[in-house]
Design a protein around this ligand. Structure first.
Ligand code: PMP
Length: 307
């Protein structure tokens, strides 16, 4: 992942140079984690750059903001347009887009509503999140000792900066223990999600994923995979998954904007299936990449072209 420091960043409605997109150290967000954000990918299809599920991402940004009483001073359409402009002005094709809404500088104290709301959109090139060969060969994951936030603590349905303190604990632990990624349990001890991905298991040709009440972020890639699977006639069950199912699954994969669809080859050093990417994972990956790369008809209307 490399930033293009010659790029331009959309900052409260205007483009500024990369080096000028700064905030004060006493901004509310720096002290209390008061931000909501999105991660969105743009793909260089054969018909030009196209953003994957732009509207759904921007709507989730507004939903995250609503939970935290953040009244974003733009419409969904205005933010969608600003995102397209950001990709265009930076001449990007394959890229990752990061809109972030945060509480800025005015006063400090937990109460946030006297601090101004700032809206920023940046974009840069970002390759495969879990490593170049991960999409084919999979990753080794470990179950984290850290659990996902319990209900009524930090809302998992908001994609808020503060939630990623929990993700960071799990991610650091997993990497320091020699894994590529963590899987967290929910407060009740059933499977929840990764530090930045949702999780799917295949057992006897049925696809399982934790229900939205199990402390997950309702991923847009998760939703896309569910739709693709149903379209392929694969049964999808959203339910509570016991930890040990991770050891007994035929296939496991993780989904997310950054991770896309990444197979899991071991959990806690126990090999998943035969240790190779399974047929259901491969089939769904193929469908997904064919659509986002413009090789197959976009029947779900998931792509927003830049031009
Ligand atoms: N869970 C968490 C904690 C995440 O950070 C992400 C990445 N946004 C996901 C799930 C996957 O969501 P999406 O597919 O919308 O990127």
């Amino acid at each position: 992942m490399a930033f293009n420091e010659n790029g331009r960043i959309w900052f409260n409605g205007k483009f500024v140079d990369w080096k000028d997109a700064n905030i004060h150290v006493l901004s509310h967000v720096v002290h209390y984690g008061s931000s909501v954000f999105e991660g969105i990918r743009c793909y260089n299809t054969k018909n030009g750059p196209a953003i994957f599920r732009l509207k759904e991402h921007v709507e989730r940004l507004f939903d995250s903001g609503k939970i935290y009483r953040m009244e974003i001073p733009y419409t969904v359409d205005e933010i969608c347009d600003a995102i397209k402009e950001t990709v265009k002005i930076n001449n990007l094709k394959d890229c990752y887009i990061r809109p972030v809404v945060f509480r800025g500088y005015n006063e400090l104290g937990v109460y946030p509503l006297n601090c101004p709301l700032e809206v920023v959109i940046a974009a840069w090139e970002w390759g495969k999140y879990l490593g170049e060969d991960a999409i084919e060969n999979g990753v080794d994951v470990g179950v984290s000792t850290w659990r996902r936030m319990a209900p009524n603590t930090l809302p998992n349905m908001a994609k808020a900066g503060a939630n990623y303190m929990n993700s960071q604990l799990a991610k650091m632990e997993s990497l320091l223990n020699g894994f590529n990624e963590a899987i967290m349990m929910d407060y009740g001890g059933s499977v929840s999600e990764g530090s930045g991905e949702n999780i799917f298991l295949v057992k006897d040709d049925v696809l399982y994923t934790p229900h939205s009440s199990l402390s997950i972020l309702s991923g847009i890639t998760r939703d896309s995979v569910t739709k693709l699977a149903k379209n392929e006639g694969i049964e999808v069950k959203e339910e509570a998954i016991p930890r040990e199912m991770l050891y007994l699954a035929d296939e496991i994969f993780m989904t997310g904007t950054a991770a896309e669809i990444t197979p899991v080859r071991s959990v806690d050093k126990i090999t998943v299936g035969n240790g190779k990417r399974g047929p259901v994972t491969e089939k769904l990956q193929k469908k997904f990449f064919n659509i986002v790369e413009g090789e197959e008809e976009d029947n779900f209307a998931w792509l927003t072209f830049i031009d």
